[in-house]
Design a protein around this ligand. Structure first.
Ligand code: AMP
Ligand code: GLY
Length: 413
């Protein structure tokens, strides 16, 4: 039994994790933020807890789960070896090949000339990714060969993303709707949570640069029946087996970022943690005991199947001026309590800090994830946007079309 859980991280995802784990356990969050109850500044290595749940990718990639396990702690989150799936897209692509998982054709490069000549051999659209971590912003998808060439130069020279861009992965462009599937893995077995849809571009109608995610919804209408089971059987489990063959015991979330192409589902990427802001909608739908599920996975003993409510959830990210570039910070956030008082609205705090007057001020790019719950996506959407409407600070921006297409498709299949 995990009576006390330590969540590592300090964003909206960790707020959602703390809130749902908090139904069945005492939760501390490190470092958390002033908007997340239970936040402590104690480093994770010094926290006493029965279970550690690591939220973000960066501490996983740099080995936090290994350090905690070395001192006998129960940890939900892969070691540095497994986290390379996200830390290096070149490694991920190699594992996908070993596991026989369909993905976009690609090559990895660390020199400019061969990268440019491969790019010129492709029909387009062109996809250029940093191999290393870039907070969701390292991917360019474009129909312009010139823009793609410039991006390859900027990434490989280190000017655009530092070390993360010193290797690039160039891919063929695929098209189709995207869906995120979160598999909770115990090293050998996996169970899936409810699928979700992210909205990665900053602007309405999927325009502007990629971000970490501007909003998400669940359920996802129109998915083929059996899609999630197929993803587990033909993608996630073979991936766990390929990792095991390399001596990697993967205990944590495998986040499958899929594109549903005319040729079937293709894996765009694996992440090694819950999505942010997808966690804010997916975790809220769980009706079984999340603490018990993650503890079983962490112990290598998955036994239970999670259950989900039929509710729809929509989350809208309220971002600070400048995001996904450097954000303006320090603005007083108005209306948080008013938003929370609305029916079916929950607000998760990400880039916030305590202001001089005691209220919360903006302190990052993605500031809040305003989440609505309803019987339908249309109802959940309406509630989320009612919540957004109650909140204000100078320069706040958000998309106005989160879950709009999904809500329109709802009930039509
Ligand atoms: P990633 O970080 O690899 O998931 O990429 C971020 C976003 O870029 C994805 O959610 C897609 O919208 C887009 N993307 C990535 N790879 C491709 C591809 N091969 N073809 C088309 N779009 C892509
Ligand atoms: N929302 C996308 C991600 O967490 O990577």
């Amino acid at each position: 039994m995990a009576d006390r859980v330590c969540v590592v991280g300090g964003g909206g995802r960790e707020h959602a994790l703390a809130s749902v784990l908090g139904r069945t356990a005492e939760v501390v969050v490190t470092p958390g933020n002033p908007g997340i109850p239970g936040s402590v500044s104690t480093p994770p290595e010094e926290v006493e807890a029965d279970l550690f749940v690591v939220g973000p990718e960066a501490p996983l990639v740099e080995g936090l789960a290994d350090r905690l396990r070395a001192t006998g702690r129960l940890v939900f989150g892969p070691g540095a070896d497994g986290a390379e799936l996200e830390g290096s897209k070149a490694f991920m692509k190699q594992v996908l090949a070993e596991a026989g998982v369909p993905t976009a054709r690609f090559r990895a490069f660390d020199a400019i000339e061969p990268a440019l000549s491969f790019l010129r051999s492709l029909p387009g659209p062109f996809v250029v990714k940093t191999s290393g971590l870039a907070a969701g912003k390292g991917v360019l998808v474009t129909t312009s060969l010139i823009e793609a060439e410039d991006d390859v130069r900027a990434k490989l020279s280190g000017t655009a993303f530092g070390e993360a861009g010193r290797t690039v992965v160039i891919e063929e462009g695929l098209s189709g709707p995207e869906v995120s599937v979160f598999a909770v893995c115990d090293g050998a077995r996996a169970v899936a949570l409810a699928p979700a849809q992210d909205h990665k571009r900053v602007g309405d109608g999927d325009t502007g640069p990629n971000t970490g995610g501007m909003g998400a919804c669940t359920p996802v209408p129109g998915l083929a029946p059996g899609l999630v089971d197929d993803v587990l059987a033909t993608m996630v489990e073979p991936t766990l087996a390929a990792l095991r063959a390399r001596g990697i015991d993967y205990r944590g979330v495998l986040y499958a970022g899929l594109m549903l192409t005319a040729d079937g589902p293709k894996m765009l990427e694996y992440n090694v943690r819950f999505g942010d802001p997808e966690a804010q909608v997916v975790l809220s739908r769980i009706t079984s005991d999340l603490t018990a599920l993650l503890a079983e996975a962490a112990a290598g003993e998955l036994g239970s199947e999670p259950t989900f409510s039929a509710d729809a959830l929509v989350t809208v990210v309220c971002a600070a001026e400048g995001y996904p570039g450097p954000p303006r910070t320090g603005d007083m956030i108005d209306g948080l309590d008013d938003a929370r008082a609305l029916p079916g609205v929950e607000v998760f705090c990400a880039g916030v800090d305590r202001g001089p007057g005691g209220g919360l001020v903006t302190a990052g790019g993605r500031v809040l994830a305003v989440t609505g719950r309803g019987d339908t996506l249309a109802a959940a959407r309406q509630r989320a946007y009612a919540g957004v409407g109650a909140i204000a600070w100078p320069g706040l921006h958000h998309r106005t079309d989160i879950a709009a297409i999904a809500a329109a498709e709802e009930g039509t299949e």
